[in-house]
Design a binder for this molecule. Structure first.
Ligand code: M6R
Length: 615
């Protein structure tokens, strides 16, 4: 949940690292720091706050010259966010300097031993313990930095992506990975290190993604040497050609990444089905699925594991899969699943959904399912991410980089992929009629234009946001396919505006939440055309009878709800099964505008980080 960047080469390291940290700030933003080797010494600057705070501090505090450096943007785990706990951390002698993304779980016992051996600690972090352990081993065993790192990592329990260098050997950086991502950019006589490839995309398209339990010694004038941390054997690294471009990771004229990403949805949904959905021919082609169709079709059960918004996409998939495929589906919070001794057999298929492909809980759930013999299929956005590699097979969403912490386009592209999987499998299994299958292929193809149309209500939604921006609570209600959308709408509002919001199945309201309704309570109801329409209208009547303020998402041309609701947000008509792909759009916009009006940091809401790589 932190971002790390490093550079070694012939350019000035500071601007590369600073810019890299800005791009990685989505991973954590409570403190930041940088260490540069100036030719003789290490220059270090760290601060609580954002990368922009670091930038203001750096120029007055240190010299920024140097062709070797490392930087860090933090999401605190051990020790409060302050200057001292910020990374990088020195070893006690001041020779070694380290950045770390992850958690060293057994740091307390190692620290105790090191204190006995005379080590003094300045911070409360597990990372300072690690760098001193490395130093201690280096001195005690009289080994080089790479070996000392390797020995140290064999003694620690936890997760890490680290980069460390020695001021007495300023031609190399040693990096290692377990559980947190680490990419090495390979340039001409220069190397980059980062939590993802965005910090170096304008310099090189060639990258090595370290696997878990691998480390690399990156030395100028030499090829990157990768080896196993346990067992020591050398690994022939796969140099991947990156498909990223700079435009994809910039705001492109939008005020926030979140808004840009909301508006990208028509394009990225199309990108996600392009070449896979051939509606005219009645074909869905999903490379990752072809060899495993029988596994799915013969499964006793499908278990979906995910967190947050991805979990909501999983809930939508539950409705779709059970309706079309007639296989029981369970949707599990990965964080609960991994710890509750679940019953999993080799007749189960597990689908893991994750935008980042790095979420620690989802990853742990996958490992557990694999150990117990289940086949695990991934739906990830980030190519080459840990989850995409840990799963037996999978399908990528093609959402492009999602930078805003609030997930938007990941949700709709995940549903797009899951819909294609369900349709394809249902056709093979014979549980969907040909006409229904063909109708949904065509409907899915039309979704991007429906989303475009839904986006046209933006100004109207902004006006509704103005009315309700000062409310302290919101209720979101939906039924059937749109119950998960109600949950997702509430999550979006909570995380970026800090207004309390709850999502509920509309019929469940009577069993408790209805007590909350009074003339101060805005209730967002998804009331589009569906099998439940009449029932939802009754729920709206119940809210109205208690003076609740009704903001309804309705199908264009609706008349009944229009008469009852205080405000309406219209979306075009779609098939009920696909409706979450459009009903979620006004809810994303509503949260976005409320958060902006309240002056919140929309792209980097407090206490959150984009990828949750710790438990
Ligand atoms: O990268 P993942 O999809 O695995 O992330 C899961 C959640 O952490 C994520 O969806 C989170 O809930 C978002 N902030 C929601 O907007």
């Amino acid at each position: 949940m932190c971002g790390i960047v490093g550079y070694i080469g012939n350019r000035e390291a500071y601007p590369i690292i600073l810019n890299g940290l800005k791009r990685l700030e989505y991973r954590g933003y409570d403190s930041a720091g940088i260490a540069l080797y100036d030719g003789t010494n290490i220059q270090m600057c760290k601060t609580k706050g954002k990368v922009s705070d670091l930038e203001s501090k750096v120029t007055s505090d240190i010299s920024t010259a140097g062709k070797l450096g490392i930087g860090h943007t933090r999401w605190a785990t051990h020790g409060i966010p302050n200057d001292v706990n910020s990374h990088p951390h020195y070893s006690m002698s001041g020779d070694l300097v380290i950045i770390h993304n992850g958690i060293i779980e057994n740091y307390a016992s190692i620290k105790k031993e090191l204190i006995k051996r005379g080590y003094i600690f300045k911070s409360e972090t597990d990372t300072e313990v690690l760098v001193n352990l490395i130093e201690d081993i280096k001195i005690k065993e009289k080994v080089k930095l790479g070996k000392a790192v390797q020995i140290a990592l064999n003694q620690v329990i936890g997760a890490y992506a680290i980069a460390v260098f020695d001021r007495n050997k300023p031609d190399e950086i040693v990096v290692a990975k377990l559980g947190s991502p680490l990419a090495i950019g390979i340039g001409e006589d220069e190397f980059f290190v980062a939590s993802d490839a965005t910090p170096f995309i304008e310099f090189t398209n060639n990258a090595i993604y370290l696997e878990d339990e691998e480390m690399a010694i990156i030395r100028l004038g030499r090829e990157v040497r990768v080896r196993k941390i346990k067992g020591d054997q050398l690994v022939d690294p796969y140099v991947q050609e990156l498909q990223l471009n700079l435009e994809q990771i910039e705001k492109g004229g939008y005020e926030h990444f979140m808004l840009k990403e909301i508006y990208e949805q028509p394009t990225v949904i199309k990108d996600t089905y392009r070449g896979r959905l051939l509606a005219d021919q009645g074909i869905i082609k999903l490379g990752g699925l072809e060899d495993y169709i029988q596994k799915f079709v013969n499964a006793n059960r499908i278990i979906i594991v995910a967190c947050g918004t991805s979990w909501h996409a999983g809930l939508v998939a539950e409705y779709i899969f059970e309706d079309w495929l007639r296989i029981p589906v369970e949707v599990e919070y990965a964080s609960e699943f991994r710890y509750r001794n679940p019953i999993i057999t080799d007749k189960d298929v597990v689908i893991a959904i994750s935008q980042s492909g790095e979420t620690a809980d989802t990853l742990a759930a996958i490992k557990l399912a694999k150990q117990q013999g289940a086949f695990v299929y991934g739906v990830c956005n980030v190519v080459g991410s840990t989850i995409s590699r840990e799963t037996h097979s999978g399908t990528y969403t093609h959402a492009g980089p999602e930078i805003g912490v609030a997930s938007t386009k990941a949700f709709t592209t995940q549903i797009t992929v899951l819909t294609m999987i369900a349709l394809k499998l249902a056709k093979v299994k014979g549980t969907i009629s040909k006409s229904n299958y063909m109708m949904h292929l065509r409907e899915l193809e039309l979704i991007p234009s429906c989303v475009e149309e839904a986006l046209r209500s933006d100004e109207k939604i902004k006006a509704i946001a103005e009315v309700f921006k000062d409310a302290s609570n919101f209720l979101y209600l939906g039924r059937g396919y749109n119950f998960p959308v109600a949950l997702e709408g509430a999550l979006k509002l909570k995380e970026i505006s800090y207004i309390h919001a709850e999502g509920y199945p509309a019929a469940e309201m009577k069993h408790g939440p209805i007590a909350l309704i009074d003339d101060q309570m805005p209730v967002v109801v998804i009331a589009v055309n569906s099998n439940h329409y009449e029932k939802v209208v009754s729920n709206i009547e119940e809210i109205k009878a208690r003076q609740g303020k009704i903001i309804a998402v309705v199908t264009e041309g609706d008349t009944s709800v229009k008469e009852l609701a205080d405000y309406i947000m219209e979306v075009p008509k779609t098939s009920e099964n696909l409706s979450p792909l459009v009903t979620t759009i006004p809810l994303q916009l509503l949260s976005y505008h409320i958060a902006v009006m309240l002056g919140r940091n929309v792209d980097q809401p407090r206490n959150l980080a984009k990828s949750v790589t710790v438990e």
